[in-house]
Design a protein around this ligand. Structure first.
Ligand code: PEP
Ligand code: MN
Length: 264
């Protein structure tokens, strides 16, 4: 597996994902940046809990146009301020090819979401942009592994080799979970590609109570890291509160990850 370095260009902590020696990387933060206080306080809390990168959506792809769709560039600037204060590199979603340069200026990792996995103009823009930020490419919710790898290939072929794959669950028939977490993909991908693979147990399950155990399972399956939604007051989150864990729960997961890393 190859390793990908994040955070090298913004004077923040530098984090390595993948490779043979790196320990699993835990990225965490709210689904959405909601306001300045919320993101600064959550950033401090996830850092204290042991996360090494901060996630937060500023441009949100919401199923309904009437839901909160994020703070946009203002949210991105709040994330940059949170990085400044905590040293955590930041990861945020980009939805449009024309926004890639502007978001890459501030973000350490560009997230391409499940709904855009096969948005080829976006993949090409993420491959070509001048800063070559690592791209976190989430699996399309109905994508095969081959389709997903070919989507990654668009980014790489356009000039950016720094792609991190993220399994976030695929759609099935049972509403007990939001998606079905396909952990089989982790060992399969380790044989098919050199790209690191991380798991998002939050979107995969849709239920906060399932997040700790599926985090353990993901690491046991060999994932190079986790990206987890964390909120200090999940019941009042503007998006994805049902699947968001608290910083205290995150702390527990980080501790378990350290134990597992010694065993594996
Ligand atoms: C998210 O990370 O908040 C998100 C929208 O993820 P996905 O694209 O996996 O649904
Ligand atoms: Mn979310």
């Amino acid at each position: 597996q190859s390793s990908i370095t994040i955070g090298a260009d913004h004077g923040c902590d530098v984090v390595t994902v993948g490779g043979t020696t790196a320990s699993p990387v835990i990225m965490a933060g709210p689904c959405s940046v909601e306001n300045r206080e919320q993101i600064l306080s959550t950033a401090r809390a996830v850092k204290a809990a042991g996360a090494v990168a901060l996630r937060g959506g500023a441009f949100k792809p919401r199923t309904s146009p009437y839901q909160f769709r994020g703070l946009g560039l203002e949210g991105l600037h709040m994330l940059a301020e949170a990085r400044e204060e905590t040293g955590l590199p930041i990861i945020t979603e980009v939805m449009e090819p024309d926004m890639v340069e502007a978001i890459a200026e501030h973000a350490d990792v560009l997230q391409i979401g499940t709904r855009n996995m096969q948005n080829y103009p976006l993949l090409l823009a993420a491959g070509r942009h001048s800063q070559k930020r690592p791209v976190l490419l989430k699996r399309g919710f109905a994508a095969t592994l081959d389709e997903w790898l070919l989507a990654a290939e668009y980014i790489v072929a356009a000039g950016n080799p720094n792609v991190i794959l993220c399994e976030r669950g695929i759609r099935s028939h049972d509403p007990q979970t939001r998606n079905v977490l396909d952990l089989t993909c982790v060992p399969l991908l380790h044989n098919l590609t050199h790209l690191p693979i991380i798991v998002d147990p939050s979107h995969a399950t849709g239920k906060s109570e399932l997040v700790p155990i599926m985090s353990r399972a993901s690491l046991a399956a060999g994932a190079e890291g986790l990206i987890i939604e964390v909120h200090e007051d999940p019941a009042h989150a503007l998006s994805d509160g049902r699947q968001s864990i608290t910083p205290t729960q995150l702390h527990g997961i980080v501790g378990e990850a350290e134990v597992l890393a010694r065993m594996l």
